[in-house]
Design a protein around this ligand. Sequence first.
Ligand SMILES: *[C@@H]1O[C@H](CO)[C@@H](O)[C@H](O)[C@H]1NC(C)=O
Ligand SMILES: *[C@@H]1O[C@H](CO)[C@@H](O)[C@H](O)[C@H]1NC(C)=O
Ligand SMILES: *[C@@H]1O[C@H](CO)[C@@H](O)[C@H](O)[C@H]1NC(C)=O
Ligand SMILES: *[C@@H]1O[C@H](CO)[C@@H](O)[C@H](O)[C@H]1NC(C)=O
Ligand SMILES: *[C@@H]1O[C@H](CO)[C@@H](O)[C@H](O)[C@H]1NC(C)=O
Ligand SMILES: *[C@@H]1O[C@H](CO)[C@@H](O)[C@H](O)[C@H]1NC(C)=O
Ligand SMILES: *[C@@H]1O[C@H](CO)[C@@H](O)[C@H](O)[C@H]1NC(C)=O
Length: 291
Amino acid sequence: MEKAFTFYLLTLLLLMASSAMTQTNITTDQLALLSLKSKIISDPSHFLDEKWSPTVSVCHWVGVTCGSRHQRVNSLNLSNMALTGKIPREFGNLSFLVSLDLGSNNFQGNLPQEMARLHRLKFLRLSVNNFCGKVPSWFGFLHQLQVLNLGNNSFTGSIPSSFSNISKLETLNLKFNSIEGQIPKVIGTLVNHRVLNMAGNKLIGFIPTSLSNASRLETLEISFNSLQGNIPEGIGNLHNMNWLAIHFNQLTGSIPFTIFNISRIEVLSFTGNSLSGSLPNGICNGYNVFQ
Ligand SMILES: *[C@@H]1O[C@H](CO)[C@@H](O)[C@H](O)[C@H]1NC(C)=O
Ligand SMILES: *[C@@H]1O[C@H](CO)[C@@H](O)[C@H](O)[C@H]1NC(C)=O
Ligand SMILES: *[C@@H]1O[C@H](CO)[C@@H](O)[C@H](O)[C@H]1NC(C)=O
Ligand SMILES: *[C@@H]1O[C@H](CO)[C@@H](O)[C@H](O)[C@H]1NC(C)=O
Ligand SMILES: *[C@@H]1O[C@H](CO)[C@@H](O)[C@H](O)[C@H]1NC(C)=O
Ligand SMILES: *[C@@H]1O[C@H](CO)[C@@H](O)[C@H](O)[C@H]1NC(C)=O
Ligand SMILES: *[C@@H]1O[C@H](CO)[C@@H](O)[C@H](O)[C@H]1NC(C)=O
């Protein structure tokens, strides 16, 4: 009897807890967006000032799109609005968000850890802002992510190995930050990579040979870093590559001839290294070589 009662109580508590957790609706999204608005300290064109008002349905706010099925915010695009401010913790409550574009503004500060809860996110563009702090390892929880663009910010720290969890990632853009350390080997295990841009950071160490396994790679930009050692031979096996920029590093050795056999190559850039050796004949037929 006592046991049954305890069981009943426990079940009731569990039910209450889970319903409290799942009971989010469009009001949750509105609260999250209003707290973002409250953290915007400059909005010179009055994009949010006037048009993000509780008297209008949140799905009609500037930059907001709702999904037809759930009537929840699934896309937020505030790119290029000259906004200055920070992302609040409440932002992690936008659990239906699939696409987030805050690019080309003046957002500052760290990304809140709560953003790790945006499990549906496929597209994330935060480029050309003033975000800082270490590149968060919680990106590894965003398993649906296909595009991650953090370029032109002030991110520090190293590239987290948890990035290997983002197996659907196609575009990773980290260019022009202050990212240190080595390019993790796991980057090469992300076979869906098409665009990998890490130019203009403080990367050291070797170009990982594992990159030769990223067979869909079309763009590899790792120029303006402090990478050392040889250019891995396997790069020449990346048959989809059309843009290879590795200028201004400290690379040595010779350029693997196999690279010149990649038929799709349009841009090759090796200048500003300590490379040696010879180049194959006839390399200027059909593409540009900046060496
Ligand atoms: C959203 O849920 C809260 C309770 O969690 C409720 O008070 C509110 O009326 C709901 N809003 C809508 C628009 O359904
Ligand atoms: C956001 O809006 C800008 C300007 O309209 C557009 O160029 C950009 O592609 C949009 N971003 C997304 C993710 O659709
Ligand atoms: C939203 O997020 C904040 C902070 O992360 C939290 O305190 C709040 O309870 C969340 N839920 C709703 C429904 O706003
Ligand atoms: C990455 O995946 C591993 C294995 O599934 C898991 O243990 C780890 O917590 C994940 N890390 C992140 C940041 O997602
Ligand atoms: C990104 O940063 C680089 C290097 O500082 C700069 O040359 C480039 O113009 C920046 N891009 C944008 C869109 O601001
Ligand atoms: C490429 O992937 C295969 C299979 O996962 C693995 O055995 C091999 O070591 C990888 N090559 C490199 C250079 O990492
Ligand atoms: C380049 O391709 C040609 C024709 O397929 C082949 O004969 C040659 O051995 C290849 N060279 C290298 C360095 O892979």
